[in-house]
Design a protein around this ligand. Sequence first.
Ligand code: ATP
Ligand code: SKM
Ligand code: MG
Length: 178
Amino acid sequence: MKSIYLTGFMGAGKTTVGKALGEYLEIPIFDLDAEIEKKECCTIQSIFERYGESYFREIESAVLQEMPTENTIITTGGGIICRNENRQFLKVKGFVIFLYASEEEIYRRLIEDKTRPLLSGDKRANIANLYNERLPIYRESADMIIDTTGKSIRMIVQEIHTCLDSSENGQNDCDKNI
Ligand SMILES: Nc1ncnc2c1ncn2[C@@H]1O[C@H](COP(=O)(O)OP(=O)(O)OP(=O)(O)O)[C@@H](O)[C@H]1O
Ligand SMILES: O=C(O)C1=C[C@@H](O)[C@@H](O)[C@H](O)C1
Ligand SMILES: [Mg+2]
């Protein structure tokens, strides 16, 4: 089985859902942000502060390509779909599940968060700008879309499981209209 890559905006729940999905499906899981921090011995925030976003994006692409491409769940960072190189990699190597959440819900989930460098400053405006810019790209690069808005982690995991089953049977009608 090709590895499953969870994509979506910051706060969509990739890391949280991915961990629960890995436990449920008994599949190993890697979180790209955590792998980057391990490799650089440094938090994402410090990487941005010390070296800037473009350096971070280089490391992110390199780490993406180091991850197992079979029988694994990879929870990506919210910006993985920004680079064409990454989108091509995901398209060829993986099965991509876009975890959607409404902009309002993203804001609610991240209201107290101080760890995401791209949201420092005017959080509401930064979310709005990035969200509108990225939403079509998440959609286009997805093999499956799951709406997480207002759902518990358990519900989302079960929905993904059901959708994966129907996708294996040649059907994929999960949240196509988002
Ligand atoms: N379905 C959900 N319902 C309520 N809260 C959620 C849900 N999913 C995630 N959260 C909360 O939102 C916050 C962000 O979740 P998480 O870190 O998993 O997002 P992420 O998609 O991995 O973000 P990033 O792109 O920055 O890595 C956490 O506090 C998490 O508990
Ligand atoms: O959406 C983004 O661009 C990011 C999301 C996080 O997962 C981290 O990868 C980093 O904060 C950048
Ligand atoms: Mg995450």
